[in-house]
Each structure stands twice: as C-alpha cells, then as structure tokens.
Write a protein that binds this ligand. Structure first.
Ligand SMILES: *Cc1c(COP(=O)(O)O)cnc(C)c1O
Length: 475
C-alpha cells in the first residue's frame, strides 16, 4: 500500500501504557509478572506493525485490526512464548523406539520417583554416611554396574561420546590407536571416531579396507608408537557382502601378546540378550567383559533405557587411570542423572523386571497381538471422534533406532490416517503443531501412528490432537 497510508495506519497502533489500563490486560497482570505482560504486548504490537507494512491493500487493515478483542489473542500468544518452556513433551508416533531427536529413552516410573527425591532436597551425593565425611558420587552406581557386568572397575560420565573421549585421552594421548577402516563410524549429531580421536590427543592408525580387515593388518600396524587397540561397534550400519572382521576375542588376544590395552566402544550397550526376544543379536556388555577386554564404553539412554550417560567398565588398573584423568571432572554426571541411572540399573537385577519396568525394553518386546489390540482401540476412538479422514488399523514395521540393530525391522501395528481433502504433508505439519506435538511418519501415502512407541496414557491426547489438526487443515 502507499507509504502515506501505511504511516497513517501505524499511528493508530495503541500505546502500551494505554493498553495496560484495560480490564482484560489487568486480568493478565493477575496471572503474569508485569515485565512479561509488557513484553507480550510489545511483541504483539510489533506483529501488528509488521502486518501493516506487509499489507498489499489498505482494505486488508481495518478498524477491527486495532481492537483489543483482535489484539488480545496475540498478546496471550506472546506471553505464552515467554513463560511456557520451549522444551516440552512430545508424542512419538514414529515407531522408532530409541529416537535421538525425540529424547531417546523415556524413563521408568521408579527412575522418575528417584529423580524427584534427589532433586527436591539435599542428598548424600558426595557424602559418606558411615564415615560422616566427604564421599564419591560414583559409588552409587559402581557396585551394581560391576555386579551386572562382572567387570572389575567402572565409572559413569555425561554421555558415551564423553566416555570415548575420556578413555582415549587417558590411554592413548600422544600414541597411536589402531582401528579398522570399516569401524570409523559417524553417529548422528557429528560424533565421528576420527574427530573424537583427534580431540583426545591420540593418533588414528587405520587398518584394513572398508569391507575387510585381518588380524595380520592389526599386527603389522603395531609398533613402539602404539598405545591402544580399538574396536567400535558399527551401531547404525552394517558392512555386508564380501566382508571379514576381527572378533573382540581375537583383538584381546593380540593385545595380550603385545602388552597393549584393548578398548571396545559398544555404542548401545545392552545388558540383556535381545535375541531371546525374537530380535537380532546385539552384543551384550557381559559378553564384551568376558573376553577380558581392557575397557568398554556405552550409552545410558540407548538400549539400556536409562538417562543420558556414558558408562565405562573394564580392568581395574585402566579404570583407575581414567578416574584420575582431570578431564573426568569436566565430563561428570549430575545428580539427577545418577538417580535415574541407579534406579534403572536396579531393575536389571531381574531380567523379567527390567523388561516389564523399563519403557524402552517394554516397547521393543510388546507382543504383536497386543499392538494389534491397541491399534484397533485407537482406530475406533479416532473414527468416532474425528471427521475428514479415512482411518484404519494396519500391520507395518517399526525400527529400534538409536544406532542399534540397523537392519532389523520389527513387525508392528499402526493406525493409518488419510485426510479426505487436505494433503498428507498438511496433516503431518498440523499434528506437529498440536499441544503436545504429535510426531508421525508418512508411509504408503498415509499418516501412520505406530502403536509401539505410543504410551498408554496418550490415546486421549492423540484423539484430541488429531481432531484439532483435521479441523485446521480442512478450513
Ligand atoms: C551412540 C554412539 C556413541 C555416542 O553415544 P552418546 O551417548 O550419544 O554420546 C558413540 N559410539 C557409538 C558406537 C555409538 O553408537
């Protein structure tokens, strides 16, 4: 619109101080601090200013645009943006159980209770209750980790990337670390073995080719510069076809022969053999420890199903060296994580208990007929409560995620939703913008809500969110 007209309109924008006198705004001031209300009004008015400057025709901006009834929702939105946490709960309907972008593992009820206990008051975090003196924060989980894994020593840090960095920095600084070319992994979010190696102060010594490595490749690379032999679990990919790799046992034997420590980055680190639940074999922590390996590292929030953490287990002398590294202090685990990790580990004292109690394991092992039952129930609720879509329960596949079992598809049941008029992309986006956001995937020309990762108490939220989203895209 012409500049003269737009500046005329801009002059009609109400003043913040005037607005603060209005009864509706006073109500907001009863709930929110004045700083927040003021900023909310300022930002709301800024949006109006932008609308005026962006309007093509004068008629797009009417008297109504300046009314309090029109502006109030804007102010409320701008207040909500300030006071509602940006990090919020989301519904994972993707079927990817360990979804790194959606926060990996939901915690068990027991872990939640223990986090609350540890958070709301003081604790014996670093206080020895028997001696009445300073203690160590690591003792809380060390004993149970050793019991479950049969390792001689252990410690926990902030995450597995930190665990790998700390272990390499302790065992290989200024020395060469021999790794197979086929194991130079990149994990989502820019964790790359060569880069972590460089930061640790170790020097990467690659051996073999992408698809094949032989024991003699390692052996020939060993020199007086060698500090460590490293094996990395190819968490999120597999090299298939004409391949050969060296087992951890063989590498441990080679290490013994040359008096060199051996480390295994397990990535996901599983304490239960999932192959007894119909899943593909993922190496367990106990199996790795049994080989006599010097150090293993793994994540707390992948297959273990606990909080974000990096767990380091192995031979006592090596673990003691790692504990003494000053970098350990920079990577230390916090008390809330410790509380959650300890209670997650307690569930593992019984395998049956762990499967029942830990959400990640429970989701991975739900029987197919149970998923089918839930899909039918959600389908019925959605069909009854929503309009504008064809809805059916279908059999499909889900993924483990989190860099575990990359080739393994789990059969599952989902509710498939196809909007009658709007596009799938519009519905997917509208679901994402619900409160809480519903994250779904598009497969076979439909929106799929996978029952494997939908928690028991989320049905009502999904039905409500779907009804809203369908209404929004059809107008
Ligand atoms: C996931 C993974 C990591 C990184 O673990 P975080 O807990 O995400 O820091 C490192 N190595 C391997 C092999 C992994 O799979």
């Amino acid at each position: 619109m012409p500049q003269r007209e737009s500046s005329q309109l801009l002059r009609k924008i109400p003043k913040v101080d005037e607005l603060l006198m209005a009864a509706e705004i006073k109500e907001l001031l009863d709930v929110h601090p004045p700083e927040v209300v003021r900023e909310g009004i300022r930002n709301g008015l800024q949006r109006l200013r932008q609308a005026i400057l962006g309007a093509e025709k004068t008629e797009d901006i009417t008297e109504e645009s300046f009314s309090l009834s029109n502006l109030l929702p804007l102010f409320k939105e701008e207040i909500a943006k300030q006071v509602n946490p940006n990090l919020r709960r989301a519904i994972n309907a993707t079927g990817v159980v360990i979804h790194t972008n959606l926060g990996r593992s939901p915690l068990s009820e027991r872990a939640l209770r223990e986090i609350e206990e540890a958070a709301k008051g003081y604790s014996n975090l670093e206080y020895d209750l028997i001696k009445g003196a300073r203690g160590s924060r690591y003792v809380h989980v060390e004993e149970i980790l050793l019991r479950l894994s049969k390792a001689e020593g252990g410690l926990v840090v902030n995450n597995n990337a930190g665990a790998v960095l700390l272990a390499l920095n302790t065992l290989a600084v200024g020395r060469e670390v021999i790794v197979s070319r086929g194991e130079l992994v990149e994990i989502g979010g820019a964790f790359r073995i060569p880069d972590v190696m460089a930061k640790s102060g170790g020097t990467l010594r690659e051996v073999g080719t992408t698809n094949k490595v032989h024991l003699k490749d390692y052996e020939e690379a060993i020199s007086d510069k060698t500090g460590l032999l490293l094996k990395v679990h190819t968490s999120n990919y597999r090299v298939v076809g004409f391949t050969s790799e060296i087992s951890l046992e063989e590498l441990v034997q080679l290490g013994e022969k040359h008096n060199l420590p051996v480390m295994n980055d397990l990535g996901s680190g599983c304490l239960i053999d999932l192959s007894s639940y119909g899943m593909e074999k993922e190496p367990t922590v106990q199996e790795a420890i049994k080989t006599g390996v010097g150090v293993v590292t793994f994540s707390g929030d992948k297959l273990l199903g606990g909080p974000q953490a990096g767990i380091i287990l192995g031979k006592k002398d090596l673990i003691d060296m790692i504990k003494a590294n000053p970098l350990n202090r920079a990577l230390r685990i916090d008390k809330l994580t410790l509380a959650a990790l300890e209670s997650t580990l307690i569930a593992y004292l019984s395998e049956a208990e762990a499967i029942k109690e830990i959400p990640t394991l429970r989701m991975l092992t739900i029987p197919l007929d149970e998923l089918q039952k839930r899909a039918k129930r959600l389908q019925q609720l959605l069909a009854k409560e929503t309009d504008g879509a064809a809805i059916e329960a279908i059999k499909t596949t889900s993924q483990v995620g989190g860099g575990a079992l990359p080739l393994h598809d789990l059969p599952t049941w989902a509710v498939a939703v196809k909007p009658t008029t709007a596009s799938l992309e519009a519905l997917e986006a509208a679901l994402r913008n619900q409160a809480p956001p519903i994250i779904a995937r598009i497969t076979d020309d439909r929106i799929c809500l996978d029952l494997r990762t939908i928690l028991a108490d989320e049905f009502t939220l999904i039905v409500h969110g779907m009804a809203q989203a369908l209404r929004k895209i059809s107008t």
